[in-house]
Design a protein around this ligand. Structure first.
Ligand code: PGA
Length: 254
């Protein structure tokens, strides 16, 4: 069946790599993507803040897009150590991940804060990759769908559209663990997300809005997960740090 949405393969490098590592990885990806003149997917890398400028230079002029892993909700001001969406746009970013479970856990970010960040991203003309997903105990208690529904409702920016928002469903217990839900479980959650998006932004827009799966996507399970009807690509952590693995995951979308 032909895809109605162009897949997005997003690499979340997390807190990994110094400048030389990031530039080397970016160059490898540029070489791979240039070897495929009309890729059937979009690809974005989200390096640590310190490396964004150099990676931006390394991928300039290539189809690879640049993203960031977080931003502050305010446009500017007295927020020591924080980075605004406008600053990221200034460095060439087109995407910003918001509400990753590691931010929600390590920094206690709430849905309301994630929504405010997503609105800042959209306000800066960028696309927010809004992350949601249940913990293992929530899943065990049969609350997966309720948790995902509530997080989506609480985290989506007010003016969400297919052009400025991507949703990433990432079960917390699947991140970095090598474990994933079964394919039918992933599809069930994605179908629910799509239905809730239709309520929030209208059916037409929801049909165009990309919903990624994240959590232990690897070359050997990518095809099974990324070919599901409501899965429009992946948010990739560990495997995005190896160009061959990241590329193999992207190619599984063909
Ligand atoms: P993982 O991370 O691919 O290493 O499980 C995914 C993520 O946290 O976005």
């Amino acid at each position: 069946m032909a895809r109605t949405r162009r897949p997005l393969i997003a690499g979340n490098w997390k807190m990994n790599g110094l400048c030389a590592d990031g530039v080397a990885l970016a160059r490898e990806l540029v070489a791979l993507i240039k070897g495929r003149p009309k890729p059937a997917f979009d690809m974005v890398v989200c390096p640590p803040f310190t490396v964004i400028g150099e990676v931006g230079k390394a991928i300039a002029g290539s189809p690879l897009a640049l993203g960031a892993q977080d931003c502050h909700a305010a446009a500017k001001g007295a927020h020591t150590g924080d980075i605004s969406a406008a600053m990221l746009a200034d460095r060439g970013c087109r995407f910003v991940i918001v509400g990753h479970s590691e931010r929600r856990t390590d920094h206690g970010e709430t849905d309301a804060e994630v929504k405010a960040k997503a609105e800042a991203v959209v306000g800066a003309g960028l696309t927010a990759i809004v992350c949601i997903g249940e913990t293992e105990s929530q899943r065990d208690a049969g609350k997966t769908l309720a948790v995902v529904k509530a997080q989506l409702a609480g985290s989506l920016p007010a003016k969400a559209s297919a052009a400025n928002v991507v949703v990433a469903y990432e079960p917390v217990w699947a991140i970095g663990t090598g474990r994933t839900p079964a394919a039918d479980e992933v599809q069930e959650v994605h179908a629910l997300i799509r239905a809730r998006l239709a309520d929030a932004v209208g059916a037409g827009e929801a049909a165009r809005l990309r919903v990624l799966y994240g959590g232990s996507v690897k070359p050997d399970n990518a095809r099974a997960l990324l070919s599901l009807p409501d899965v429009d690509g992946g948010l990739i952590g560990g495997a995005s740090l190896k160009s061959r693995d990241f590329w193999a995951i992207a190619e599984s979308c063909l």
